[in-house]
Structure formats: structure tokens, C-alpha cells
Design a protein around this ligand. Structure first.
Ligand SMILES: CC(C)(COP(=O)(O)OP(=O)(O)OC[C@H]1O[C@@H](n2cnc3c(N)ncnc32)[C@H](O)[C@@H]1OP(=O)(O)O)[C@@H](O)C(=O)NCCC(=O)NCCS
Length: 189
């Protein structure tokens, strides 16, 4: 029977993570903002050092790394209330088993005491990822047209957010149309 484990990755995981990350970037260029060529020249130690100083969770099946997800935190005083979920990847043979959901669930638990909200971007045509994030409570709050340009082709991205703590003392007022008959007003269907 298969055994599964999820744990935080560190320097010693550099070689395995390098192979996973390069596979992800090579197979799914539209799913990531980093280009394969930008990091393929780095060795295991470079990847290991980044793992040691960041928060990346790995999913293991029978001891082999089959997926990972990273929480990117901001250091700036005005930005550190929110974090970004990046580099989400499950190897093809391990998809559909619930590992993506399990990894993200653990990452949300790691993020909860640290930030008030998590954000991520997902290519607009990536139905599997959109459904995965939606099932975890992430909600779309915008769309960036032409977010990525790969060769001559552009890719739109959906911007998603998961609010972890919302105790803002100044809730935004409901949108009211400034011109009731304006077809562009928020109330128009
Ligand atoms: C997106 C990805 C991470 C999903 O990982 P996974 O381990 O297969 O996902 P799970 O098995 O945990 O599925 C969780 C939910 O995601 C959705 N989902 C996952 N794969 C899906 C698919 N192929 N089609 C439709 N929905 C899918 C479903 O809602 C599913 O819940 P359900 O099984 O109850 O229906 C994986 O397909 C992947 O690595 N893709 C390539 C890289 C990528 O797109 N990364 C995201 C960049 S933003």
C-alpha cells in the first residue's frame, strides 16, 4: 500500500526539489511566472538554500517527492499582512489523489497565524487549479489580461484570494451606481 507524507522542505531536499520544480516549469510554462531557462542553470544547493529560508511544503509518496507548494511572505511593514501561494505542482502520476488539496490545506494552516489573507494567480484556462482553489475557499477578485507572454502568445490570469482574518473596522460601503441608467454601472446585469 502507498504511504503518504507531507512535511516542510529544507536544504537536504534541494536535489529532489530541483528535479520537481524544473519538471513543473518545463511541462507547464503557462502555469508559472518563472521561466525554465531562468533557473535550470542553478544547482541543488541553490534550490536547497531557498527551501531552507522559505516555507515550502512537499508531498511524498513512498518516500519520493511528488508535489510541493510554497508560501511567499512579505517583509515590508505595509505588506506583511498578506502572503502569496506560489509554485503549486503535483507530478502527473500522483494527480487526482487529493494531494494538491492536502498540501494547500496544510499551507493554509501554516499561513493562518502569520497573515490575514492569501493570494495567488492562476492561468484563466487552468480548470483543474481553479476548481482546486475554489474548493479550498479562494475567491476570484480580478483578472489580469496578458499577465504572461510566452513566445508570441499571451495568457490571462485570474487573481484569487482567501481571507483568513477580516476584522477591518471600516468595511467598504456597498457599491451604488452613480448614474442609475448607465449601462456600465455596477447594478447593470
Ligand atoms: C492543479 C493541480 C495542483 C491539482 O493537484 P491534484 O493533486 O491532482 O488535485 P487534488 O487531487 O487534490 O484535487 C482537488 C480538487 O481539485 C480539482 N481538480 C483537480 N484536478 C482536476 C482535474 N483534472 N479536473 C477538474 N478538477 C480537478 C477538483 O475540484 C478536486 O476535488 P475533487 O477530487 O473532490 O473533485 C495539478 O493538476 C497540477 O500540478 N497541475 C499542473 C501545474 C499547475 O497547474 N499548477 C497550478 C498553478 S496555479
Amino acid at each position: 500500500m502507498d504511504t503518504f507524507e507531507i512535511r516542510r522542505l529544507g536544504a537536504a531536499d534541494g536535489p529532489a526539489y530541483r528535479s520537481l520544480r524544473l519538471e513543473a516549469l518545463e511541462r507547464h510554462p503557462a502555469s508559472f511566472g518563472t521561466a525554465f531557462e531562468e533557473v535550470a542553470g542553478h544547482g541543488p544547493d541553490w534550490f536547497g538554500a531557498r527551501l531552507e529560508h522559505g516555507i515550502t511544503l512537499g508531498a511524498f509518496r513512498d518516500g519520493a517527492l511528488v508535489g510541493a507548494v510554497t508560501l511567499a511572505l512579505n517583509e515590508g511593514a505595509k505588506l506583511r499582512h498578506k502572503g502569496d501561494v506560489v509554485a503549486v505542482y503535483i507530478r502527473p502520476a500522483a494527480r487526482g489523489l487529493g494531494l494538491g488539496a492536502a498540501l494547500l490545506g496544510r499551507l493554509v494552516a501554516e499561513a493562518r497565524p502569520r497573515v490575514e489573507a492569501l493570494r495567488l494567480t492562476v492561468e484563466a484556462g487552468n480548470g483543474a487549479a481553479l476548481r482546486l482553489y475554489d474548493s479550498l475557499g479562494f475567491r476570484a477578485y480580478g483578472r489580469e489580461r496578458r499577465a504572461l507572454k510566452i513566445g508570441e502568445r499571451y495568457h490571462d490570469e485570474v487573481l484569487m484570494e482567501l481571507v483568513l482574518a477580516d476584522d477591518s473596522p471600516h468595511p467598504e460601503p456597498a457599491l451604488e451606481p452613480t448614474h442609475p441608467h448607465d449601462p456600465e454601472s455596477p447594478r447593470a446585469a
